[in-house]
Write a protein that binds this ligand. Structure first.
Ligand code: PRP
Length: 187
Protein backbone atom coordinates (compact mmCIF):
# COMPACT_ATOMS: atom_id res chain seq x y z
CA UNK A 1 0.00 0.00 0.00
CA UNK A 2 1.43 3.39 -1.02
CA UNK A 3 1.90 6.17 1.46
CA UNK A 4 1.83 9.90 0.76
CA UNK A 5 2.93 12.77 3.00
CA UNK A 6 1.65 16.26 2.24
CA UNK A 7 3.11 19.34 3.94
CA UNK A 8 0.63 22.18 4.09
CA UNK A 9 0.24 25.27 6.34
CA UNK A 10 2.92 24.05 8.79
CA UNK A 11 1.19 20.69 9.16
CA UNK A 12 2.22 17.27 7.96
CA UNK A 13 -0.61 15.08 6.62
CA UNK A 14 -0.05 11.33 6.20
CA UNK A 15 -2.24 9.57 3.61
CA UNK A 16 -2.38 5.85 2.83
CA UNK A 17 -3.67 4.22 -0.35
CA UNK A 18 -6.97 2.39 0.20
CA UNK A 19 -8.14 1.69 -3.38
CA UNK A 20 -5.58 1.04 -6.11
CA UNK A 21 -5.75 2.13 -9.74
CA UNK A 22 -6.30 -1.51 -10.79
CA UNK A 23 -9.20 -1.93 -8.36
CA UNK A 24 -10.79 1.30 -9.60
CA UNK A 25 -10.39 0.20 -13.21
CA UNK A 26 -11.96 -3.22 -12.54
CA UNK A 27 -14.92 -1.78 -10.63
CA UNK A 28 -15.60 0.94 -13.23
CA UNK A 29 -15.72 -1.76 -15.93
CA UNK A 30 -18.27 -3.73 -13.87
CA UNK A 31 -20.40 -0.63 -13.29
CA UNK A 32 -20.27 0.26 -16.99
CA UNK A 33 -21.43 -3.23 -17.90
CA UNK A 34 -24.31 -3.09 -15.41
CA UNK A 35 -25.49 0.34 -16.57
CA UNK A 36 -25.29 -0.77 -20.21
CA UNK A 37 -27.62 -3.67 -19.37
CA UNK A 38 -30.01 -1.55 -17.29
CA UNK A 39 -30.23 1.21 -19.93
CA UNK A 40 -30.29 -0.93 -23.06
CA UNK A 41 -32.38 0.80 -25.74
CA UNK A 42 -32.44 4.09 -23.77
CA UNK A 43 -30.41 7.26 -24.31
CA UNK A 44 -29.73 8.67 -20.83
CA UNK A 45 -28.24 12.07 -20.09
CA UNK A 46 -25.25 11.45 -17.86
CA UNK A 47 -24.74 14.44 -15.57
CA UNK A 48 -21.35 14.77 -13.91
CA UNK A 49 -21.20 16.68 -10.62
CA UNK A 50 -18.19 18.97 -10.83
CA UNK A 51 -15.50 19.08 -9.84
CA UNK A 52 -14.86 15.75 -8.18
CA UNK A 53 -16.56 13.39 -10.63
CA UNK A 54 -14.58 14.25 -13.75
CA UNK A 55 -12.15 11.30 -13.75
CA UNK A 56 -14.70 8.70 -12.65
CA UNK A 57 -17.18 9.94 -15.24
CA UNK A 58 -14.56 9.94 -18.02
CA UNK A 59 -13.67 6.33 -17.23
CA UNK A 60 -17.29 5.25 -16.74
CA UNK A 61 -18.61 6.53 -20.05
CA UNK A 62 -15.80 4.76 -21.92
CA UNK A 63 -17.15 1.52 -20.49
CA UNK A 64 -20.72 1.98 -21.72
CA UNK A 65 -22.16 0.12 -24.71
CA UNK A 66 -25.23 2.33 -25.08
CA UNK A 67 -25.96 5.72 -26.59
CA UNK A 68 -25.92 8.62 -24.16
CA UNK A 69 -25.45 12.37 -23.83
CA UNK A 70 -23.34 14.15 -21.22
CA UNK A 71 -23.87 17.31 -19.22
CA UNK A 72 -22.42 18.83 -16.06
CA UNK A 73 -23.59 20.59 -12.94
CA UNK A 74 -21.32 22.29 -10.42
CA UNK A 75 -22.21 22.53 -6.76
CA UNK A 76 -20.18 23.06 -3.65
CA UNK A 77 -20.60 21.71 -0.15
CA UNK A 78 -17.01 21.37 1.08
CA UNK A 79 -15.16 24.40 -0.28
CA UNK A 80 -11.55 24.04 0.89
CA UNK A 81 -12.54 22.40 4.15
CA UNK A 82 -12.04 18.80 5.26
CA UNK A 83 -15.69 18.46 6.21
CA UNK A 84 -19.00 19.50 4.67
CA UNK A 85 -20.11 23.08 5.20
CA UNK A 86 -23.64 21.85 5.89
CA UNK A 87 -25.19 23.67 2.95
CA UNK A 88 -25.03 23.20 -0.82
CA UNK A 89 -24.71 26.03 -3.30
CA UNK A 90 -25.29 25.85 -7.06
CA UNK A 91 -22.33 27.21 -9.04
CA UNK A 92 -23.16 26.04 -12.58
CA UNK A 93 -26.48 24.59 -13.72
CA UNK A 94 -27.00 21.92 -16.40
CA UNK A 95 -27.63 23.08 -19.97
CA UNK A 96 -29.61 20.14 -21.40
CA UNK A 97 -33.39 19.97 -21.38
CA UNK A 98 -33.92 17.04 -19.03
CA UNK A 99 -37.73 16.95 -19.11
CA UNK A 100 -38.90 13.44 -20.00
CA UNK A 101 -35.33 12.09 -20.13
CA UNK A 102 -33.56 9.35 -18.22
CA UNK A 103 -30.91 10.95 -16.01
CA UNK A 104 -27.83 9.37 -14.46
CA UNK A 105 -26.11 11.62 -11.91
CA UNK A 106 -22.41 10.84 -11.44
CA UNK A 107 -20.84 11.66 -8.07
CA UNK A 108 -17.31 10.99 -6.88
CA UNK A 109 -18.36 10.61 -3.25
CA UNK A 110 -21.47 10.62 -1.09
CA UNK A 111 -20.55 11.68 2.42
CA UNK A 112 -23.33 13.38 4.43
CA UNK A 113 -25.69 12.92 1.48
CA UNK A 114 -26.57 16.58 1.43
CA UNK A 115 -25.42 17.06 -2.18
CA UNK A 116 -27.31 14.05 -3.52
CA UNK A 117 -30.52 15.14 -1.79
CA UNK A 118 -30.10 18.65 -3.18
CA UNK A 119 -29.44 17.36 -6.72
CA UNK A 120 -32.34 14.94 -6.66
CA UNK A 121 -34.75 17.66 -5.61
CA UNK A 122 -33.38 20.19 -8.06
CA UNK A 123 -33.40 17.87 -11.08
CA UNK A 124 -36.85 16.47 -10.18
CA UNK A 125 -38.31 19.97 -10.59
CA UNK A 126 -37.75 19.63 -14.35
CA UNK A 127 -39.73 16.38 -14.56
CA UNK A 128 -37.22 13.92 -15.99
CA UNK A 129 -38.49 10.42 -16.82
CA UNK A 130 -36.13 8.88 -14.26
CA UNK A 131 -33.17 9.82 -12.08
CA UNK A 132 -30.53 7.37 -10.86
CA UNK A 133 -27.38 8.24 -8.98
CA UNK A 134 -24.02 6.52 -9.31
CA UNK A 135 -21.17 7.29 -6.95
CA UNK A 136 -17.62 6.05 -6.99
CA UNK A 137 -17.32 6.16 -3.19
CA UNK A 138 -19.92 6.07 -0.46
CA UNK A 139 -19.63 6.63 3.23
CA UNK A 140 -22.27 5.35 5.64
CA UNK A 141 -25.43 7.43 5.26
CA UNK A 142 -29.01 7.40 6.52
CA UNK A 143 -31.74 5.39 4.74
CA UNK A 144 -33.29 8.44 3.06
CA UNK A 145 -29.96 9.00 1.28
CA UNK A 146 -29.25 5.30 0.62
CA UNK A 147 -32.49 4.92 -1.30
CA UNK A 148 -31.45 7.66 -3.74
CA UNK A 149 -28.28 5.85 -4.84
CA UNK A 150 -28.49 3.01 -7.35
CA UNK A 151 -24.85 2.24 -8.16
CA UNK A 152 -21.92 2.30 -5.72
CA UNK A 153 -18.29 1.74 -6.61
CA UNK A 154 -16.93 1.24 -3.09
CA UNK A 155 -18.32 1.62 0.43
CA UNK A 156 -15.66 3.29 2.57
CA UNK A 157 -15.14 4.35 6.18
CA UNK A 158 -15.73 7.91 7.28
CA UNK A 159 -12.16 9.22 7.04
CA UNK A 160 -11.13 12.01 4.65
CA UNK A 161 -10.17 10.73 1.16
CA UNK A 162 -8.33 12.19 -1.83
CA UNK A 163 -7.34 11.19 -5.37
CA UNK A 164 -9.16 10.05 -8.55
CA UNK A 165 -10.90 13.44 -8.74
CA UNK A 166 -11.15 14.15 -5.02
CA UNK A 167 -9.15 17.06 -3.68
CA UNK A 168 -7.19 18.14 -0.66
CA UNK A 169 -7.58 21.93 -0.59
CA UNK A 170 -8.25 21.82 -4.37
CA UNK A 171 -5.05 19.86 -5.17
CA UNK A 172 -4.17 16.18 -5.74
CA UNK A 173 -7.24 15.42 -7.88
CA UNK A 174 -4.96 13.73 -10.44
CA UNK A 175 -3.81 10.88 -8.18
CA UNK A 176 -4.66 7.59 -9.91
CA UNK A 177 -5.73 5.80 -6.75
CA UNK A 178 -7.69 6.72 -3.61
CA UNK A 179 -5.90 7.64 -0.38
CA UNK A 180 -7.29 8.26 3.07
CA UNK A 181 -5.98 10.55 5.78
CA UNK A 182 -4.25 8.50 8.50
CA UNK A 183 -2.99 11.31 10.71
CA UNK A 184 -1.84 14.89 10.75
CA UNK A 185 0.51 16.80 13.04
CA UNK A 186 2.32 20.12 13.36
CA UNK A 187 5.54 20.01 11.32
C1 PRP B 1 -17.87 16.83 -2.72
C2 PRP B 1 -18.27 15.69 -3.65
C3 PRP B 1 -19.76 15.63 -3.54
C4 PRP B 1 -20.02 16.16 -2.14
C5 PRP B 1 -20.36 15.03 -1.23
O1 PRP B 1 -17.92 18.03 -3.43
O2 PRP B 1 -17.86 15.92 -4.96
O3 PRP B 1 -20.39 16.44 -4.50
O4 PRP B 1 -18.83 16.82 -1.68
O5 PRP B 1 -20.54 15.45 0.10
P1 PRP B 1 -21.95 15.37 0.84
O6 PRP B 1 -22.52 13.99 0.61
O7 PRP B 1 -21.57 15.60 2.28
O8 PRP B 1 -22.84 16.45 0.31
P2 PRP B 1 -17.15 19.37 -2.98
O9 PRP B 1 -18.12 20.33 -2.38
O10 PRP B 1 -15.96 19.00 -2.15
O11 PRP B 1 -16.71 19.98 -4.36
P3 PRP B 1 -15.70 19.37 -5.45
O12 PRP B 1 -16.41 18.21 -6.10
O13 PRP B 1 -15.49 20.49 -6.38
O14 PRP B 1 -14.44 18.93 -4.75
Amino acid sequence: MGKLTIERDNKSYLFEEIISEAELCKRVKELGKQISIDYEGKVPIIIGVLNGSFLFMADLIRNLNIEFEVDFIKISSYGDDLKTSGSVSLIKDTSANITGRDIIVVEDIVDSGLSVKYLYKKLSNNNPKSINVITCLKKKTKKDVDQLIKYIGFNISSSFVIGYGLDFKQKYRGLSSIYNLKSHMES
